[in-house]
Ligand binder design. Structure first.
Ligand code: DP6
Length: 327
C-alpha cells in the first residue's frame, strides 16, 4: 500500500472545548470555535505495511508510544477493511505537549494521511469526525480560518463535526503566542484535566452554561468582523474555563507567574488603545488575538517579560491537506 503525507495546522479555541458528553466517542459537552494558525504546523507520513508486526510512531524523530494512536488507527483499518499495521512519522515545528495544541494538528494530519494511505476517500466533514475520535480539538484543524465544532445531539456522534465559518484571508487577524516557561512538558493533559474538572469542580455546570451564548456572540462578531466583540468573548471564554479548572478539587492550575505578567501586559496595551485580547489553554502560555497593525506592539510588550521565551506571530492557516507527491 502507498504512503501518504499530510500537513495540518494547530488551532486555538476562541470559545473553548472543556468537557465531554461521551468519552468513548469523544463527544464534547458543548460546541467550540477556533482560529487555525499558519505558524504551528504538523507534517505526518503514514504507511500501512504488510511486513510490520505492530504500529510504530516517530514523533519529531523519536520513537513514541502507540497506546493512543493504535486504537485510533483501528477505526481507520475497520473502515478500510484491512488489518495491516502502520508506521507513522510526525514532525511538529513547535514545542510538543506544551499547551500549544499539538494533538489538534496531529490528529488532523493523521486523519488525512491515514485515510489516504488506506485507500479511503472521505469528505472533509467525515475527516473532521474521524480526527475528533483521536482528539476533540483536531476536528477543527481540518478547516482553515475560523472553524466551529458542533456539539451535535446524536448518540453516535455523526453530527459532532466541524465546519469552516470564514476563511482566514477574509478577515486577516493575528494571534501572538508568548511561550511561557520554555515550552516544558505540561503537568496535566487537557483530557485528564477536563475529566477531573467535570467530576469535581462546583463551577463546571456554570462553565457549560456559558458556552452557547458565547458561541452565538462569537459567530455574530465574526460575521460582522467585529474584533472588539470577538475579543471580549475570547477572553471571557478562556477565563471561565480556567475558573472552572481552578475550582477543581484538587485544583488544576496551568498559570505561572509569567502568565500573569503577560495578562498584565495585555491589559496595559488595551488601556493604551491597542486591540489585544488574551486566551489560554492547558498550559502556561498566553495567546493574544490582535490585528496585523497592532501585532508589533503586542510582540514588543510580551518579549520584554522574563520567563517568556519564544514569541510567535501567526496569521490564519489553511485546513489540513494531503501533500503526498503523486506516484
Ligand atoms: C484547552 O482536544 O486536547 O485546548 O479531546 O481529550 O483530546 P481531547 O482534548 P483536547 O482538548 C483541548 C482543550 C483546550 C481547549 C480547546 O482547544 O478547545
Amino acid at each position: 500500500m502507498t504512503a501518504a503525507t499530510a500537513q495540518a495546522c494547530a488551532n486555538i479555541a476562541l470559545v473553548k472545548y472543556w468537557g465531554k458528553r461521551d468519552t468513548a466517542l469523544n463527544l464534547p459537552a458543548q460546541g467550540s470555535l477556533s482560529l487555525t494558525l499558519d505558524a504551528l504546523r504538523t507534517t505526518t507520513t503514514v504507511q500501512f505495511d504488510e511486513r510490520l508486526r505492530a504500529d510504530s510512531l516517530f514523533l519529531d524523530g523519536k520513537s513514541a508510544t502507540t497506546s493512543r494512536l493504535s486504537p485510533w488507527l483501528d477505526i481507520v483499518r475497520e473502515r478500510a477493511g484491512i488489518a495491516t499495521f502502520a508506521s507513522v512519522d510526525s514532525k511538529n515545528d513547535f514545542p510538543t505537549s506544551s499547551g500549544l495544541a499539538s494533538s489538534a494538528s496531529a490528529y488532523a494530519a493523521l486523519a488525512v494521511a491515514a485515510t489516504s494511505a488506506a485507500g479511503l476517500s472521505l469528505t472533509r466533514t467525515e475527516l473532521s469526525e474521524l480526527a475528533r475520535r483521536g482528539s476533540g480539538s483536531a476536528a477543527r484543524s481540518l478547516f482553515g480560518g475560523f472553524a466551529i465544532w458542533h456539539r451535535g445531539e446524536r448518540a453516535d456522534g455523526k453530527d459532532s463535526i466541524a465546519e469552516e465559518l470564514v476563511e482566514g484571508r477574509n478577515w486577516p487577524v493575528r494571534m501572538v503566542i508568548a511561550v511561557v516557561g520554555g515550552g516544558k512538558k505540561k503537568s496535566v493533559s487537557s483530557r485528564d484535566a477536563m475529566g477531573h474538572c467535570a467530576a469535581t469542580s462546583p463551577l463546571y455546570q456554570a462553565w457549560l452554561a456559558s458556552v452557547p451564548p458565547d458561541l452565538r456572540a462569537a459567530r455574530d462578531a465574526i460575521a460582522n468582523r467585529d474584533l472588539e466583540a470577538l475579543g471580549a468573548v475570547t477572553q471571557g471564554s478562556a477565563m471561565a474555563m480556567h475558573a472552572a479548572a481552578l475550582a477543581s478539587r484538587p485544583p488544576v492550575r496551568y498559570w505561572q507567574p509569567a502568565t500573569l505578567r503577560c495578562l498584565d501586559a495585555v491589559e496595559n496595551l488595551a488601556t493604551a488603545g491597542i486591540r489585544a485580547y488574551p486566551t489560554m489553554d492547558a498550559g502556561p502560555h498566553v495567546k493574544v488575538l490582535t490585528t496585523e497593525a497592532d501585532s508589533d506592539a503586542v510582540v514588543a510588550a510580551l518579549t520584554e517579560i522574563d520567563q517568556v521565551g519564544q514569541v510567535i506571530v501567526s496569521k490564519a492557516g489553511p485546513g489540513a491537506q494531503n501533500i503526498s507527491e503523486s506516484p
